[in-house]
Design a protein around this ligand. Structure first.
Ligand code: HEC
Length: 132
């Protein structure tokens, strides 16, 4: 009898621990469901992150690839549909656009339109050091 008490106590703490984890999980899931806006939508944010390799972080390209940050949402969506249909010629974008559905395009358009366009690093003239 004296031995069963510690077991019962640890079992109940195990269940309350499990209950707590379950509660955390459920509250996160319902939060994700309620907030479908593009900036808090994990799915759209991870899709947008896949564009970063070429278009830069949050669409702020540092190369010749077009900047997506702050792009007009209507223009963005039109371009994506044009890549999909093939009415806009592209080197790579027709591949990326075909895997993205209409809802994702409009949420991505909203997401990128809300990103702040970073000012590019100003080019400052450099003076070469004289050889000693
Ligand atoms: C492999 C590099 C690469 C990746 C990854 C990529 N893009 Fe592009 N994107 C380009 C290039 C290059 C262009 C210019 C058109 C072309 O040649 O395909 C472009 C053009 C665009 C344009 C037109 C911009 C304008 O100003 O007209 C949009 C919109 C766009 N990309 C969205 C996306 C989105 C959204 C993703 C992610 C789902 C993505 N791109 C991923 C390389 C890439």
């Amino acid at each position: 009898m004296t031995q069963s008490q510690p077991i019962a106590a640890s079992r109940s703490s195990y269940f309350s621990y499990f209950g707590f984890i379950l509660l955390c999980f459920l509250s996160t899931a319902s939060y994700a469901d309620k907030d479908a806006s593009s900036s808090n939508n994990i799915h759209i944010r991870s899709l947008a992150a896949s564009c970063a390799a070429c278009h830069g972080t949050n669409g702020n390209s540092r190369s010749i690839t077009p900047v997506l940050a702050g792009l007009d949402a209507g223009y963005f969506a039109t371009q994506m549909h044009a890549f999909k249909k093939g009415s806009r010629e592209s080197t790579v974008m027709h591949h990326h656009a075909t895997g993205i559905n209409d809802e994702e395009i409009s949420l991505l358009a909203e997401y990128f339109s809300q990103q702040k366009r970073a000012t590019p690093f100003p080019l400052t003239p450099q003076t070469l050091r004289e050889k000693p």
